[in-house]
Design a protein around this ligand. Structure first.
Ligand SMILES: [Mg+2]
Length: 269
């Protein structure tokens, strides 16, 4: 009798755990599936390349202005992913397979060297390089992906990709130390281009979206003159900025946070 009871309890617990695992898998699939429209927009709309071209044109103009005003040893800092290069095919793969981002699949993607140039990015980089500027590619890609990244960038036509100009994530995703290093070499950084507020400094690093929005409003004069942002609706620190502890949440909790974050219209009747 006792043995039968224990067996039943074990079966019940196993069934419960299996149901939990299945519901988390479904939640993970739903999270991945929600990025389909964002990827559709980035890959298929005309609006996305239009914004990219617009951004690089204004960034070029801001660089010219800074040089005319006498900037000495001017430098431009650009991010890579979803700023200079397009990884939307990786996002599309994750959405189609309904799987979450993992370091392993991302590394496999970077080693495939199939990222494309964002419209206007190569021309912008070449313009800076041929008009007295030094371009620094400051990315949070890992060191283990350096060689593949260099080869991918060179194949796309990006100029002067070297150990001095390509600064990857060696100890922290906070880019401030790498920005400071560039300034300490005597460069005057006149333009930053990114797809994440963290590409402009440490003020928004690990901050929630209320603080991130406040940073934008407090620095509004820099946007369009020194800071240039490309849209990235697929991913970014704005997602973890939805709630404290978001990154460590279960897929079900993340879905809940996303739904709760919607500002919803309530019809009167
Ligand atoms: Mg990026």
């Amino acid at each position: 009798m006792m043995r039968t009871c224990r067996l039943l309890i074990c079966i019940t617990i196993a069934g419960y755990l299996s149901a939990c695992t299945n519901s988390e898998q479904v939640a993970d699939q739903r999270l991945a599936d929600q990025s389909t429209m964002a990827v559709n927009w980035m890959q298929q709309s005309g609006e996305y390349p239009a914004i990219a071209l617009q951004t690089f044109k204004f960034a070029t103009y801001a660089y010219q202005q800074a040089v005319e005003k006498g900037a000495r040893t001017p430098a431009v800092i650009v991010d890579l992913d979803e700023t200079m290069i397009d990884n939307s095919a990786y996002q599309a793969w994750a959405a189609a397979q309904q799987v979450p981002f993992t370091d392993a699949s991302w590394s496999q993607w970077t080693h495939a060297k199939q990222a494309l140039a964002i419209p206007g990015a190569v021309e912008f980089a070449r313009y800076i390089d041929s008009h007295g500027g030094t371009l620094f590619y400051v990315s949070n890609r890992a060191e283990q992906d350096r060689l593949a990244t260099v080869e991918n960038l060179k194949a796309l036509g990006f100029p002067r990709v070297s150990g001095q100009t390509l600064l990857l994530n060696t100890s922290s995703s906070n880019k401030q130390a790498r920005f400071d290093e560039i300034r300490a070499q005597g460069f005057q950084v006149v333009v930053y281009v990114g797809d994440n507020l963290n590409d402009f400094g440490q003020a928004t690093w690990h901050k929630d979206n209320i603080q991130r929005r406040a940073f934008v409003m407090q620095n509004r004069e820099k946007f369009g003159t020194e800071f240039f942002l490309l849209p990235n609706p697929s991913y970014g620190d704005w997602e973890s900025g939805l709630s404290q502890g978001y990154s460590a949440m279960t897929p079900t909790q993340k879905l809940h946070v996303r739904e709760q974050a919607l500002r919803v219209w309530k019809p009167s009747h």
